[in-house]
Design a protein around this ligand. Structure first.
Ligand code: DGI
Ligand code: FE
Ligand code: FE
Ligand code: FE
Length: 187
Protein backbone atom coordinates (compact mmCIF):
# COMPACT_ATOMS: atom_id res chain seq x y z
CA UNK A 1 0.00 0.00 0.00
CA UNK A 2 1.42 3.39 -0.93
CA UNK A 3 0.69 6.81 0.52
CA UNK A 4 -2.03 7.69 -2.00
CA UNK A 5 -3.83 4.37 -1.51
CA UNK A 6 -3.66 4.77 2.26
CA UNK A 7 -4.99 8.34 2.15
CA UNK A 8 -7.84 7.24 -0.10
CA UNK A 9 -8.85 4.60 2.46
CA UNK A 10 -8.74 6.95 5.44
CA UNK A 11 -10.42 10.01 3.89
CA UNK A 12 -14.08 8.89 4.16
CA UNK A 13 -13.55 8.23 7.89
CA UNK A 14 -12.46 11.80 8.67
CA UNK A 15 -13.73 15.38 8.49
CA UNK A 16 -11.92 17.75 6.12
CA UNK A 17 -10.17 19.35 9.10
CA UNK A 18 -9.03 16.00 10.48
CA UNK A 19 -7.89 14.91 7.01
CA UNK A 20 -5.68 18.01 6.75
CA UNK A 21 -4.30 17.19 10.22
CA UNK A 22 -3.63 13.62 9.05
CA UNK A 23 -1.62 14.85 6.06
CA UNK A 24 0.33 17.16 8.38
CA UNK A 25 1.07 14.29 10.77
CA UNK A 26 2.11 12.02 7.90
CA UNK A 27 4.54 14.52 6.36
CA UNK A 28 5.97 15.43 9.77
CA UNK A 29 6.33 11.76 10.74
CA UNK A 30 8.29 11.01 7.56
CA UNK A 31 10.64 13.93 8.22
CA UNK A 32 11.17 12.89 11.85
CA UNK A 33 11.75 9.28 10.76
CA UNK A 34 14.42 10.44 8.28
CA UNK A 35 16.08 12.59 10.92
CA UNK A 36 16.04 10.02 13.73
CA UNK A 37 16.50 6.84 11.73
CA UNK A 38 13.04 5.28 12.00
CA UNK A 39 11.42 3.35 9.15
CA UNK A 40 10.02 6.08 6.88
CA UNK A 41 7.45 3.81 5.23
CA UNK A 42 6.05 2.66 8.58
CA UNK A 43 6.02 6.27 9.79
CA UNK A 44 4.06 7.26 6.69
CA UNK A 45 1.42 4.53 7.04
CA UNK A 46 1.08 4.99 10.82
CA UNK A 47 0.70 8.74 10.26
CA UNK A 48 -2.06 8.25 7.71
CA UNK A 49 -4.04 5.87 9.94
CA UNK A 50 -3.31 7.24 13.44
CA UNK A 51 -6.74 8.93 13.81
CA UNK A 52 -8.67 6.34 11.77
CA UNK A 53 -11.17 5.70 14.61
CA UNK A 54 -11.52 9.34 15.74
CA UNK A 55 -15.15 9.62 14.66
CA UNK A 56 -16.49 6.21 15.67
CA UNK A 57 -19.54 6.17 17.93
CA UNK A 58 -18.71 5.87 21.62
CA UNK A 59 -20.86 2.76 21.94
CA UNK A 60 -18.94 1.00 19.17
CA UNK A 61 -15.61 1.94 20.77
CA UNK A 62 -16.77 0.77 24.21
CA UNK A 63 -17.84 -2.59 22.80
CA UNK A 64 -14.46 -3.05 21.10
CA UNK A 65 -12.57 -2.12 24.29
CA UNK A 66 -14.51 -4.70 26.31
CA UNK A 67 -14.66 -7.49 23.72
CA UNK A 68 -10.99 -7.17 22.73
CA UNK A 69 -9.78 -7.20 26.32
CA UNK A 70 -8.34 -3.70 26.25
CA UNK A 71 -7.83 -2.04 29.66
CA UNK A 72 -11.30 -1.35 31.06
CA UNK A 73 -9.83 1.56 33.02
CA UNK A 74 -10.08 3.40 29.70
CA UNK A 75 -13.84 3.50 30.20
CA UNK A 76 -13.63 5.56 33.40
CA UNK A 77 -11.28 8.04 31.69
CA UNK A 78 -11.90 10.49 28.85
CA UNK A 79 -13.41 9.00 25.70
CA UNK A 80 -10.77 11.06 23.85
CA UNK A 81 -8.37 8.24 24.71
CA UNK A 82 -10.38 5.50 23.08
CA UNK A 83 -9.74 6.17 19.38
CA UNK A 84 -6.07 5.22 19.70
CA UNK A 85 -6.33 1.57 20.85
CA UNK A 86 -9.62 1.13 18.99
CA UNK A 87 -7.97 2.58 15.89
CA UNK A 88 -5.14 0.06 16.09
CA UNK A 89 -7.72 -2.74 16.22
CA UNK A 90 -9.86 -1.40 13.36
CA UNK A 91 -6.89 -0.64 11.11
CA UNK A 92 -5.91 -4.28 11.45
CA UNK A 93 -9.43 -5.65 11.04
CA UNK A 94 -10.86 -3.31 8.40
CA UNK A 95 -7.77 -2.18 6.48
CA UNK A 96 -5.75 -5.37 6.90
CA UNK A 97 -2.58 -3.78 8.22
CA UNK A 98 -0.74 -6.44 10.21
CA UNK A 99 2.59 -4.77 10.91
CA UNK A 100 2.87 -4.77 14.70
CA UNK A 101 5.12 -1.69 14.84
CA UNK A 102 2.62 0.37 12.86
CA UNK A 103 -0.28 -0.91 15.00
CA UNK A 104 1.62 -0.11 18.23
CA UNK A 105 2.39 3.42 17.08
CA UNK A 106 -1.32 3.96 16.40
CA UNK A 107 -2.30 2.36 19.74
CA UNK A 108 0.08 4.57 21.75
CA UNK A 109 -0.28 7.86 19.91
CA UNK A 110 -2.44 9.59 22.54
CA UNK A 111 -0.95 8.46 25.88
CA UNK A 112 2.46 7.18 24.88
CA UNK A 113 3.76 4.25 26.89
CA UNK A 114 6.81 3.59 29.04
CA UNK A 115 9.70 2.41 26.88
CA UNK A 116 8.12 3.69 23.69
CA UNK A 117 9.84 2.36 20.56
CA UNK A 118 11.31 4.89 18.12
CA UNK A 119 8.34 4.72 15.74
CA UNK A 120 5.87 5.42 18.58
CA UNK A 121 7.85 8.52 19.55
CA UNK A 122 7.90 9.72 15.95
CA UNK A 123 4.12 9.41 15.58
CA UNK A 124 3.39 10.85 19.03
CA UNK A 125 5.56 13.88 18.32
CA UNK A 126 4.33 14.36 14.74
CA UNK A 127 0.75 14.39 16.08
CA UNK A 128 1.73 17.18 18.48
CA UNK A 129 3.82 19.42 16.18
CA UNK A 130 2.31 19.02 12.68
CA UNK A 131 2.03 22.44 10.96
CA UNK A 132 -1.73 22.75 11.61
CA UNK A 133 -1.28 22.68 15.41
CA UNK A 134 -1.42 26.09 17.04
CA UNK A 135 -1.64 25.68 20.81
CA UNK A 136 0.62 27.49 23.31
CA UNK A 137 4.03 25.86 23.66
CA UNK A 138 3.97 24.04 20.33
CA UNK A 139 6.72 26.19 18.85
CA UNK A 140 9.09 25.27 21.68
CA UNK A 141 8.41 21.58 21.04
CA UNK A 142 8.99 22.10 17.28
CA UNK A 143 12.40 23.57 18.08
CA UNK A 144 13.25 20.73 20.47
CA UNK A 145 12.22 18.26 17.75
CA UNK A 146 15.08 19.58 15.61
CA UNK A 147 17.56 18.75 18.36
CA UNK A 148 16.49 15.86 20.54
CA UNK A 149 13.60 13.46 20.01
CA UNK A 150 13.22 12.37 23.64
CA UNK A 151 13.29 15.90 25.00
CA UNK A 152 10.68 16.96 22.48
CA UNK A 153 8.37 14.04 23.35
CA UNK A 154 8.87 14.74 27.05
CA UNK A 155 7.96 18.41 26.62
CA UNK A 156 4.86 17.50 24.62
CA UNK A 157 3.64 15.13 27.35
CA UNK A 158 4.50 17.64 30.06
CA UNK A 159 2.47 20.34 28.25
CA UNK A 160 -0.44 17.94 27.79
CA UNK A 161 -0.49 16.99 31.49
CA UNK A 162 -0.32 20.64 32.57
CA UNK A 163 -3.14 21.51 30.16
CA UNK A 164 -5.32 18.66 31.39
CA UNK A 165 -4.71 19.55 35.05
CA UNK A 166 -5.68 23.18 34.43
CA UNK A 167 -8.90 21.85 32.89
CA UNK A 168 -9.47 19.63 35.95
CA UNK A 169 -9.49 16.58 33.69
CA UNK A 170 -8.51 13.08 34.75
CA UNK A 171 -4.98 12.08 33.80
CA UNK A 172 -4.76 8.53 32.51
CA UNK A 173 -2.06 6.67 34.51
CA UNK A 174 -0.26 5.55 31.34
CA UNK A 175 0.21 9.21 30.39
CA UNK A 176 1.93 9.83 33.75
CA UNK A 177 3.92 6.59 33.44
CA UNK A 178 5.18 7.73 30.03
CA UNK A 179 6.18 11.11 31.45
CA UNK A 180 8.09 9.51 34.37
CA UNK A 181 9.77 6.98 32.11
CA UNK A 182 11.04 9.62 29.70
CA UNK A 183 12.15 11.98 32.45
CA UNK A 184 14.10 9.22 34.20
CA UNK A 185 15.68 8.03 30.94
CA UNK A 186 16.86 11.52 29.98
CA UNK A 187 18.41 12.56 33.29
O1 DGI B 1 -6.55 12.85 18.14
P1 DGI B 1 -5.79 14.15 18.22
O2 DGI B 1 -6.65 15.31 18.59
O3 DGI B 1 -4.99 14.43 16.98
O4 DGI B 1 -4.70 14.04 19.40
P2 DGI B 1 -4.46 12.91 20.51
O5 DGI B 1 -4.93 11.60 20.03
O6 DGI B 1 -3.04 13.00 20.90
O7 DGI B 1 -5.26 13.39 21.78
C1 DGI B 1 -6.64 13.45 21.85
C2 DGI B 1 -7.01 14.14 23.15
O8 DGI B 1 -6.70 13.32 24.27
C3 DGI B 1 -6.31 15.47 23.39
O9 DGI B 1 -7.32 16.46 23.56
C4 DGI B 1 -5.56 15.31 24.68
C5 DGI B 1 -6.27 14.15 25.31
N1 DGI B 1 -5.46 13.37 26.25
C6 DGI B 1 -4.21 12.88 26.10
N2 DGI B 1 -3.81 12.23 27.21
C7 DGI B 1 -4.83 12.32 28.09
C8 DGI B 1 -5.89 13.03 27.48
N3 DGI B 1 -7.06 13.31 28.09
C9 DGI B 1 -7.21 12.88 29.36
N4 DGI B 1 -8.34 13.17 30.00
N5 DGI B 1 -6.24 12.17 30.01
C10 DGI B 1 -5.05 11.87 29.43
O10 DGI B 1 -4.19 11.23 30.06
FE1 FE C 1 -5.52 11.05 17.97
FE1 FE D 1 -1.12 13.38 20.57
FE1 FE E 1 -4.03 13.18 15.57
Amino acid sequence: MNREEALKIVKPHLTDHRYEHTIGVTDTAVKLAEKYGADTYKAEIAGVFHDYAKFRQKEEMKTIIVERGMPESLLTHSSELWHAPVGAHLVEKEVGIEDLEILEAIRNHTTGKPGMPLLDKVIFLADYIEPGRQFPGVEEVRELANENLDRAVLKAIQNTIIFLMKQKQLIYPQTVDTYNDLLASIK
